[in-house]
Each structure stands twice: as structure tokens, then as C-alpha cells.
Ligand binder design. Structure first.
Ligand SMILES: Nc1ncnc2c1ncn2[C@@H]1O[C@H](COP(=O)(O)OP(=O)(O)OP(=O)(O)O)[C@@H](O)[C@H]1O
Length: 466
């Protein structure tokens, strides 16, 4: 499975058993113990090694790398567990012509390498510029020998074309490595924006979240479970639109098939992953953690060590009724509760999340359609009306918190279609049942998590949280 990360295995072993201070990131800055510094595979492998004692098997042996490998069905007929020696060439047979073109050339013949954009577990990502067109790309260089490399390439190719997925343009093969030439996302990572900006307004959170759910829905429809949804893996295009990246842990599944094996990032991992048998719903849980972070400015499940984070994921009862949640609308909290439920069958699907009243209310299409109708009706008043609707939008949610329906007399005309539409939406939202999570969905209740009681989440809290 995944390669050994920074630091030695023995350091990590001590660290996991009694760590109170977070490890240092590759650039020397202190990383939070909730960053995804250790992947679950690292944890699984290190824990196993801690139990078995050092020296049982070489760290990078195939078996040790498989310690965290999901026993998912293979990625298409061509991706069954072939011997690594057969390499990408065999796999590339299922990859479209466009990505094969580079294989004949050396990447340096076609592109000039620039600054390093980031480093991950598998390798580094650099900016590179096309010699022919001057166009910029991101190039991920991966050392050979990892089965996941093949899977990542194949899945990226399988998903390429969707506006929410980082496009894979070409793959160059060298004796030691593969270069994945991808679209360059100049806006950086969502996590960095979140740390900088802190808590998001509901409207902003809903718009980002909707795009995330659209791409998750697409992945699931395409039979792909990402397994590592987190803001570190959500990049921003120049346009500001989100792009899902890093398919290194993604797996293809066919209808009804389940996955097993520890995979993901600790703070975002679904409880059923820790239990060992799971489905695409794990992406919904992780997206719920992301939504929590956007709205509250902090992660829902925290702890001083990986074990305590996992314990929180399995047992903490989230309390959306007080503290910071007083200033968050009930529909938003309702959506969160439906995503962060431990009862997998009760957890909503990506499609259901996209049809949730909170998303419908806040997202661009709804607001744009209102404003468009206004323009058609009364061009002179269009912008004014658009403004008042946008303002009315937040008060509407505000009112729905108190189960009050927008009073149509506040609008200019009773027959005004926009008012009817807004009212209908208000009714829908005010009828959203914000039920307490069912007892059966919860593990033994513990005290509500601390950050939910803190109304003022500062950037420093965020830095710690992430
Ligand atoms: N298309 C891209 N455009 C711009 N930057 C990118 C792009 N792809 C990756 N990066 C940068 O490189 C970093 C590492 O990339 P990526 O997450 O794909 O690698 P990885 O080895 O799989 O990482 P991880 O350790 O998180 O699993 C990203 O966090 C991001 O900062």
C-alpha cells in the first residue's frame, strides 16, 4: 500500500502510542495532530508493527505495504492484481489515446519544469509549461512499484472530463517513474483557503459544498469511491471552482460491492471504515466532516492521538443545539446530521444531499433563477429586486430557525411569482424536521465536543484543528 512517510517507523511507533505534540510537516511547520499526517494505512501498518515487534518484515516489503490495502474489487477487468512488473503499459491499454501520446517522448522534450507545487505521500507535484503552447500544467511524478499508481491513473482517466475532477492530460513513463500531466489548479488547496478565512457564511459554504457533492455524486455514479475526501484534496481552479484531486486511495466498485481495509485520513474517516466493511457512503461522511469544518471552523472529531480521534469518531454525540450552532440555520444542521449519522443506511446519498432544502436555497442556481425571473418581469427593478431577494434569502433562513414562514405581505404584490417561489421554499425549509438523531444511530453518548461550545473560532483554532 502506501509508502512510508516522513520520519522513521520507530519514531512513528513511539509517537502513535504516546504522542501529545503533533509532528512537524515536511516544510518544518508544526502540523496539527488532525492534519492527515499519518494516513490510516500508516496507522494500521505502524500499529501492526508495534504489536508484532520491529524487524518482523521489511518496512517496504509487499506484504507490509498491503497491510492497509482495501480488498476492493479490481478496477475494471484490466486492473486485477497484476504483478507490478507488468507495469502501467498493460494498464494503459484502457487509457484513452490522449494520455498515451507522451509515452513516446521524454517529458522534458515537451515541457519545462518549474516550481514545486506540493509534496504528497507518493511523490512531488511540479508546475510545468508546454514548450509548444506556453500552457501551464501540474505534473505529479510517482515512483514505480506501487500498485496504487496504476489504479490512480486508471481512475483519473475514467473520471476525466467532469468539470469537478482534475483532468489528466497525459502520462509519461520513464524507467523509474511515471509523470502524470494534469490540469494546473492555480487557486491552491481548499484547506489553505479555509485556514485563512475561518468560518464560512452559509451561502458560501453551500456553494462550495454543492460543487463537492456534485463531483462525489459523479464519482459514485461512475462506480468510484474516493475514500479520501478532505479539503487538502480539493483544489481550486483559476475560476475559483473546485476540483477533486488525489485519487491515490480511490477504488472502483460495482453495484452493491463493499470495501474493506483501513484507508483514508484520520479526522475524516467514517466509523464503518474503522470497523472494516464499507461502501461509497464513506465519502458522504467525509464530506459531512468538511461541511462541519466550513460552517463551524473546526473539525467535529478531535483528540490528542489517533486512537482518541478514532474513539471520538465512534462514540462522540454531536450536539448541534448550542454554542456555535445557535448562529447556524436549522436546515444546515439538519443536513449535517443526515451526513454524520453512524447508521449507514440512514446516511443520505450524494443525490439526496444535493436536493436538500439548504442546498437548494443557497446555491447559485436558485438565486440566479429568482433574479432571472425578476429581470423578465420588470427589467427596471431587476437589480433592486435581486438584491432584496438575496437579503430576503438570509432572513428567510433566519426565520425558518424560528419556524416562521416568510410573510408574503412584505412583498410588493401578492401575485408576485418570486414571492410565491420564495414562500414555497420557506415552507419547505421550515418543515424540514430537525429531528434528534435516533438513539439507534448513536453510540454511547458522551459530552458534546468542545469546539461546538465556542462561538468565536479564531484562525489559530483553525490552524490547530487542521
Ligand atoms: N493539479 C494540481 N494543480 C496544482 N497543485 C496540485 C495539483 N495536484 C496536486 N497539487 C499539489 O500537490 C500536493 C500533493 O498532491 P497529491 O495530493 O495529488 O499527492 P499525494 O502524494 O497523493 O498526496 P497525499 O499525501 O495527500 O496523498 C497537493 O496537496 C497540491 O498542493
Amino acid at each position: 500500500m502506501r509508502r512510508k512517510r516522513k520520519g522513521s517507523e520507530s519514531d512513528a511507533c513511539e509517537d502513535i502510542q504516546g504522542r501529545s505534540t503533533p509532528p512537524r510537516d515536511h516544510d518544518g511547520t508544526k502540523a496539527s495532530n488532525l492534519t492527515s499526517y499519518y494516513s490510516l494505512e500508516d496507522y494500521n501498518r505502524i500499529n501492526k508493527r508495534c504489536k508484532e515487534g520491529a524487524g518482523d518484515e521489511p518496512v517496504n516489503s509487499f506484504k507490509s505495504r498491503l497491510a492497509g490495502v482495501a480488498t476492493a474489487p479490481p478496477c475494471g477487468a484490466s486492473s486485477s492484481l497484476v504483478s507490478p512488473g507488468r507495469g502501467l503499459k498493460r494498464k494503459i491499454g484502457c487509457i484513452e489515446v490522449a494520455t498515451q501520446t507522451g509515452r513516446k517522448n521524454k517529458i522534458e522534450d515537451d515541457y519545462v519544469f518549474g516550481a514545486t507545487l506540493g509534496r504528497g505521500k507518493f511523490g512531488s507535484v511540479s508546475l510545468c509549461t508546454s514548450r509548444a503552447s506556453g500552457e501551464e500544467f501540474a505534473c505529479k511524478t510517482l515512483k514505480k512499484g506501487e500498485e496504487t499508481v496504476h489504479r490512480e491513473v486508471e481512475i483519473m482517466q475514467h473520471l476525466s472530463g467532469h468539470p469537478g475532477v482534475v483532468t489528466l492530460h497525459a502520462v509519461y513513463e520513464e524507467s523509474e517513474c511515471f509523470h502524470l500531466l494534469m490540469e494546473f489548479c492555480s487557486g491552491g488547496r481548499l484547506i489553505d483557503q479555509m485556514v485563512k478565512e475561518g468560518q464560512y457564511s452559509e451561502q458560501r459554504a453551500a456553494n462550495i459544498f454543492k460543487d463537492v457533492m456534485l463531483v462525489i455524486k459523479y464519482c459514485h455514479e461512475m462506480g468510484v469511491v474516493h475514500r479520501d475526501i478532505k479539503p487538502e484534496n480539493i483544489l481550486l481552479a483559476t475560476s475559483g471552482k473546485i476540483k477533486l484531486a488525489d485519487f491515490g486511495l480511490a477504488m472502483r466498485v460495482s453495484n452493491g460491492q463493499t470495501l474493506s481495509g483501513l484507508a483514508g485520513s484520520p479526522a475524516y474517516v467514517a466509523p464503518e471504515v474503522l470497523q472494516g466493511n464499507y461502501s461509497e457512503k464513506v465519502d458522504i461522511w467525509s464530506a459531512g466532516v468538511l461541511l462541519h469544518a466550513l460552517l463551524a471552523g473546526a473539525l467535529p472529531f478531535q483528540g490528542d492521538s489517533l486512537d482518541s480521534v478514532f474513539e471520538a469518531i465512534k462514540t462522540v454525540k454531536l450536539d448541534f443545539q448550542s454554542g456555535i450552532w445557535d448562529s447556524v440555520s436549522k436546515p444546515a444542521r439538519d443536513l449535517l446530521a443526515r451526513m454524520l449519522t453512524r447508521d449507514v443506511s440512514a446516511r443520505i446519498t450524494a443525490d439526496e444531499a444535493l436536493r436538500h432544502p439548504w442546498i437548494l436555497f443557497y446555491t447559485e442556481r436558485t438565486l440566479r433563477s429568482l433574479s432571472f425571473k425578476s429581470k423578465l418581469r420588470n427589467p427596471g427593478q431587476a437589480s433592486e429586486l435581486g438584491r432584496s431577494q438575496a437579503v430576503g434569502g438570509s432572513s428567510l433562513i433566519e426565520r425558518s430557525r424560528n419556524h416562521t414562514v416568510l410573510d408574503s405581505s412584505t412583498c410588493k404584490s401578492e401575485e408576485d411569482e418570486e414571492c410565491e417561489f420564495v414562500d414555497a421554499l420557506a415552507v419547505a425549509i421550515s418543515h424540514v424536521k430537525i429531528s434528534e438523531p435516533k438513539r439507534s444511530r448513536l453510540c454511547s453518548p458522551t459530552s458534546p465536543i468542545e469546539e461546538q461550545c465556542s462561538a468565536n473560532i479564531s484562525v489559530s483554532t483553525l490552524c490547530r484543528a487542521f
